[in-house]
Structure formats: structure tokens, C-alpha cells
Design a protein around this ligand. Structure first.
Ligand SMILES: [Zn+2]
Length: 216
């Protein structure tokens, strides 16, 4: 039987695999999703390690009801967070949620990630804020994430990890990769001295480029 979602499932599978290969996820932690059409999203399944996950196990979920359709596996337990974000933000087409070690270090300290490298303005849109804490798997994780996200490319989830957003999966995954590498530099720098702040001119130039990229 032909699968009308085959291409979408493959896209999610591929980016989930890349997230794992980049060391942003261990075992089956973290999850990846994108819009499949106007009424559905495609999301990674629950509890299947990335090295064993198959394309056909990516789950199609009806956005309004939260029910899986035309799928063989149950969706990620963090589906409620994804649904809340897609329903509130039509501009967001894809989500990458990680428990990567350095960004999660900041998340347990509830420390925002300031733009310490000028590329952070360009790729992430400024300081990555920390959302209020909510228990994993609840709508409140998504609601709190939205409140702290703004127009930036991601948010730190208190005592949990991060959530990166984009118009498509390439952009959301890129934000997750950049964010983890900057978090690593920041955590390492803090062990020596407070990092030097960037000049206002760098912020202005970087944010202008961020806005241009988002509109492209
Ligand atoms: Zn999680």
C-alpha cells in the first residue's frame, strides 16, 4: 500500500538520525517533528533508539485531536509540547527537542544562554531564555516554552533540555547544533571568568541578518 506521508516520514527520520549522530541525543531521548500538511504533523515515535528507528515508525498525528493516524508506532511522550507550539505559531514548521549535555547543564542551572559569539545573533536571534518549569509530557511544557521563546530560534526548558524551532527541519536542527556548541563554549568559559560582552553594533548587525534569513 502506498504511503502518502512517506516523504514527510523520511524527512523526520533523517533529521532525527542527524540529531543523534551529532551527539545531541542519547538512546531515545529528545524528539523531532514537522508539519505534514495543514492538519497533521509527523513526529518521532516513543522509546525507539535512534540507531534502530525505521522511517515507517515515524508517527503522523492529527493536530486537533492529538490522535495518531495511518501509523504503526505510538508518538513521543512529549507530543503535547509539540502540539501546543504548532497550534499557537503558524510560522513554525519544524521542532527539534534535545537533552544535549551543555544546553541541559544550563537548563538545570536555569541560566539563559547570552550571545557570547557574534554568530549567535545571526543564527539564534539573541539571548536564549529559560522557560518556567513544567513536568515532562504536559501541555504546560509547551505553553511555558512559547512564553519564553519570542522570535528566537529556540528556548531552554527548565531542568529538562531545549526546544529549537524553524520553518523547516534543516533550520530547526541547525539551531540545535549551533546552540549546543555555543552552550559548550559558555559553560567552559564560565569556569575561568565571565565572558566579555559583545558591542551593541555587533548585536544590531547580527539581528538584522537574523531577520533577513527568517524571511527568506
Ligand atoms: Zn525531553
Amino acid at each position: 500500500m502506498s504511503d502518502r506521508y512517506a516523504e514527510v516520514r523520511h524527512d523526520v527520520w533523517l533529521h532525527a538520525r542527524q540529531m543523534w549522530e551529532q551527539g545531541l541525543a542519547v538512546g531515545s531521548a529528545g524528539n523531532v517533528s514537522r508539519r505534514a500538511d495543514d492538519h497533521h504533523i509527523a513526529i518521532t515515535p516513543t522509546s525507539i533508539p535512534y540507531d534502530r528507528m525505521r522511517t515507517e515508525e515515524i508517527v503522523i498525528v492529527d493536530l486537533a485531536s492529538g490522535e495518531a493516524v495511518e501509523s504503526v508506532a505510538p508518538p513521543s511522550g512529549e507530543l503535547p509540547m509539540h502540539r501546543v507550539v504548532y497550534q499557537a505559531r503558524p510560522d513554525i514548521g519544524a521542532l527539534v527537542h534535545t537533552h544535549a549535555p551543555f544546553i541541559t547543564t544550563l537548563s538545570v542551572l536555569r541560566l539563559p544562554l547570552p550571545p557570547i559569539i557574534d554568530e549567535m545573533f545571526l543564527h539564534l536571534g539573541g539571548t536564549i531564555e529559560v522557560s518556567d518549569y513544567a513536568f515532562t509530557g504536559t501541555d504546560a511544557v509547551g505553553e511555558n516554552a512559547l512564553a519564553a521563546l519570542g522570535q528566537r530560534a529556540g528556548v531552554i526548558l527548565a531542568n529538562h533540555g531545549n526546544l529549537c524551532v524553524g520553518r523547516d527541519l534543516d533550520r530547526a536542527l541547525h539551531a540545535a547544533i549551533v546552540m549546543e556548541s555555543c552552550a559548550r563554549v559558555y559553560v567552559q568559559a564560565l569556569q575561568i571568568a565571565p565572558p566579555a560582552p559583545l558591542p551593541l553594533s555587533a548585536e544590531e548587525a547580527g539581528l538584522r541578518m537574523y531577520d533577513e534569513r527568517r524571511r527568506r
